[in-house]
Design a protein around this ligand. Structure first.
Ligand code: HEM
Length: 379
């Protein structure tokens, strides 16, 4: 019950292989640029939201991560946080995380091959049923959305529309609609919350450690300058030219799982653990360990890294992130508490996100206006 279609939870075998292959169809390692335009769009929406309504940074980041996946998977353009597909998908993720015991993720994955005999108990079974229901509902409504758009001739390229086209033109014999359905439904579950958690960890770290923030901003100012904001071309040279920004990103991602064996002192946020002589230290065990290893390594890794990189660098280029001040005039120290969901996610904390200067705000407004002009929107 519950697990049968879900890609993440499937044991190794033929069913898993088809889904994994389908996933690679949408996220081919060799075509890292495939989703640039949508990643850029959600980034611009995020920057605008942070400028207009910074107190709700948590909701904005959550929405950015989720709406990006919904678009890539189903072609759903969910700019509004109350979009019913976003609400459905979030319900499914909550049901999924509550179905599993707290903190289970890191222990769970290596022994998935033993599922479903583990975790007995009526409580778990009930929660798994709820999860199954939410997962089906979310998947069905979103899938129908894409099929309807295809019937009207209005579908945009997406994971589902591309594969449905292959199915309907008889160009695919190795997969069925049910497998596309399952793989699609798993994408939000696996891709949204993880990205969100990594970025929240980054915001928390910047709030607590202004020196790290200044160091990264100084690097951006000297490499990118102060008249534009980082873009995807900068990603290609991140390792060599923006090593401190990359170290920040690695550290934020590492903190999601707090692996003590691999990284000593796991509860200390220390971007410098990745740096040696001003460069990324090649001796630190695979800097991308947060994505797992081997045949189950995260297939959304490259996509997630790009989203994280563009978010971290553009936010730092324009904004300062600081501790909030209470009504009594005292600085509010973030509790640094982590909510043990499937990953270690920072508990809500207040912070101030504001443009570094009027000049930085002007640069952002110009970038947003230019983006809107080029894309016919009203950003
Ligand atoms: C910062 C963001 C992310 C992190 C830290 C992350 C991390 C992980 C980890 C640790 C695993 C398990 C690997 C293993 O068992 O060895 C995993 C699996 C997976 N991830 Fe990600 N992930 C992220 C983003 C994404 C995104 C954006 C997507 C999809 C668009 C995605 C899709 C998946 C899928 C489908 C699996 C299951 C793979 C399988 O079982 O074969 N992930 N991820």
């Amino acid at each position: 019950m519950g697990w049968d279609g879900d890609f993440l939870m499937q044991p190794y075998g033929d069913r898993w292989k088809v889904r994994r292959k389908l996933f690679h169809h949408e996220f081919p390692v060799k075509d890292g640029k495939r989703h640039y335009s949508q990643q850029l769009k959600t980034n611009r929406v995020l920057l605008k939201n942070l400028l207009d309504n910074p107190q709700e940074y948590r909701e904005h980041i959550h929405h950015m991560s989720g709406s990006l996946i919904l678009f890539v998977t189903y072609g759903i353009d969910a700019q509004d946080r109350r979009n019913r597909h976003v609400v459905n998908a979030d319900k499914a993720v909550v049901a999924f995380t509550t179905a599993l015991s707290p903190g289970a993720f890191k222990d769970l994955l290596p022994w998935l091959k033993y599922v479903p005999s583990w975790l007995p108990g009526a409580g778990f079974k009930r929660k798994a049923r709820e999860w199954r229901h939410a997962y089906d509902e979310m998947g069905r409504e979103a899938y129908d959305f894409t099929l309807d758009a295809m019937r009207r001739g209005e579908a945009v390229p997406s994971f589902v529309s591309n594969l449905e086209t292959k199915l309907s033109t008889g160009k695919a014999s190795w997969f069925k609609q049910k497998e596309v359905f399952d793989t699609a439904a798993t994408m939000y579950e696996t891709g949204s919350d993880t990205t969100f958690t990594g970025l929240l960890t980054f915001i928390l770290a910047m709030t607590c450690f202004p020196d790290y923030q200044k160091k990264a901003q100084a690097e951006i100012d000297s490499v990118i300058g102060q008249h534009r904001i980082p873009d995807f071309d900068d990603w290609d040279k991140a390792r060599s030219e923006l090593p401190y920004c990359e170290a920040l990103m690695q550290e934020a991602l590492r903190a999601i799982f707090h692996d003590e064996k691999m990284y000593p002192d796991p509860y200390t946020f220390k971007p410098d653990r990745w740096i040696k002589d001003g460069k990324i230290n090649p001796d630190v065990r695979d800097a991308m360990a947060a994505f797992g290893f081997g045949r189950r390594v995260c297939p959304g890794k490259h996509f997630a890294l790009l989203t994280t990189f563009i978010t971290i660098t553009t936010v730092l280029a324009i904004f300062d992130i600081e501790k909030a001040v209470g009504e009594d005039g005292d600085v509010i120290e973030p509790s640094m508490e982590f909510v043990d969901t499937l990953q270690h996610r920072p508990a809500p904390f207040p912070c101030v996100i504001k443009p570094r200067s009027k000049a930085h705000e002007d640069v952002l407004r110009e970038v947003l206006a230019q983006y809107a002009n080029e894309n016919g929107g009203s950003n």
